[in-house]
Design a binder for this molecule. Structure first.
Ligand SMILES: [Fe+2]
Length: 328
């Protein structure tokens, strides 16, 4: 199993779109390779940190993903989903201004796009590790819109709660000012220290301009890829009210017992419907794969301490998540 199937029902808050075009990789994708890739070591990460990551890949330049027909169809769907976007219920935990999570529940086209084996194979080549559509539907396909209040950043400085994602522009970048996507040319620890924050918390302030890279989108249908939990990034404020729609598909490392940077503990604080159950499924899936691997890994020479250490390691992320949700 490369990834978990979507659950066979959806949160009632999410409305299913009718009369959508049927997704076809041949007609709707126009995949190209990025012209430039920046590695984690180029950003200043040390060998030990990189070894703990699934790949040395850091961030790419924008590359073409959608055909003109694919772009027109997806933009139309995202405009329709705007009225059914997610609602932040005032807990302050949601950093984003205006967004859809779990687009695959609302749109079969979006689900089939994110699930497309052609896309997974393409981005696996870019990231140098086999990736699959993220097993948590909320983040498998997200959509960001410009906030209603343009004094707010589209998204403040942060790292992602998933390891790999694409940020794909659907709007015409010549038709809006501001809203640039930027990343910090350095490690996330350095960026967070400069801003005086930790964790994934966002902050809408400036970092030294000579350390900040703006990723240009040549036109709609282009996106770039990042190892998002290692790249400190933001989307700037819009200068005027205008359409700025980005689609953010996320991915997991396909090998289910491999280290997994999905930050379920952080995402448990988001208030999207069904999300805690989605995260529980994800953690149960990865823990069971680790336990299965343990059946072969355990040596008859292992004694109590070595055995309990292996069992603890297999269960740790699941139990950490369980403690986080704690029945609250
Ligand atoms: Fe992000």
């Amino acid at each position: 199993m490369q990834t978990l199937p979507f659950p066979n029902h959806r949160p009632p808050e999410y409305l299913k779109l009718e009369n959508e075009p049927e997704f076809s990789a041949a007609r709707h994708l126009a995949l190209e390779m990025p012209q430039a890739v920046t590695s984690l070591s180029e950003l200043g990460y040390d060998a030990e940190t990189i070894k703990a990551c699934p790949s040395e890949f850091g961030v790419s330049s924008a590359f073409r993903i959608l055909s003109d027909e694919g772009l027109a169809a997806m933009r139309d769907i995202c405009l329709k989903m705007y009225d059914n976007r997610n609602v932040s219920v005032g807990t302050g935990v949601n950093r984003l201004g205006s967004y859809v999570r779990g687009a695959g529940y609302r749109s079969q086209f979006m689900k089939d796009f994110c699930d497309s084996p052609e896309l997974a194979e393409h981005i696996s080549k870019i990231a140098s590790v086999k990736l699959a559509r993220h097993s948590v539907p909320a983040v498998a396909c997200g959509v960001n819109y410009a906030p209603e209040d343009i004094t707010k950043a589209v998204d403040t400085w942060h790292v992602d709660s998933v390891a790999f994602d694409i940020v794909m522009m659907l709007s015409d970048p010549t038709k809006f000012e501001g809203g640039e996507f930027q990343y910090f040319h350095g490690t996330k620890m350095e960026g967070q220290k400069l801003l005086g924050i930790d964790g994934e918390e966002g902050k809408d302030t400036d970092l030294p301009a000579d350390r900040v890279i703006t990723v240009p989108f040549p036109t709609g249908g282009y996106g770039f890829m990042q190892q998002g939990n290692m790249i400190f990034h933001r989307a700037c404020r819009m200068k005027h009210k205008a359409e700025r729609i980005t689609v953010i598909p996320s991915f997991v490392v396909a090998q289910a017992d491999a280290a997994d940077a999905t930050n379920s503990v952080n995402m448990a604080g988001w208030d999207d419907p069904g999300l805690k159950a989605e995260l529980a499924r994800h953690e149960a899936w990865r823990a069971s794969a680790r336990l299965e691997a343990l059946v072969d890994k355990i040596s008859l020479h292992d004694e109590g301490e070595a055995l309990s250490a292996q069992i603890d390691a297999a269960l740790a992320p699941l139990l950490k998540f369980r403690d986080r949700i704690g029945g609250a």
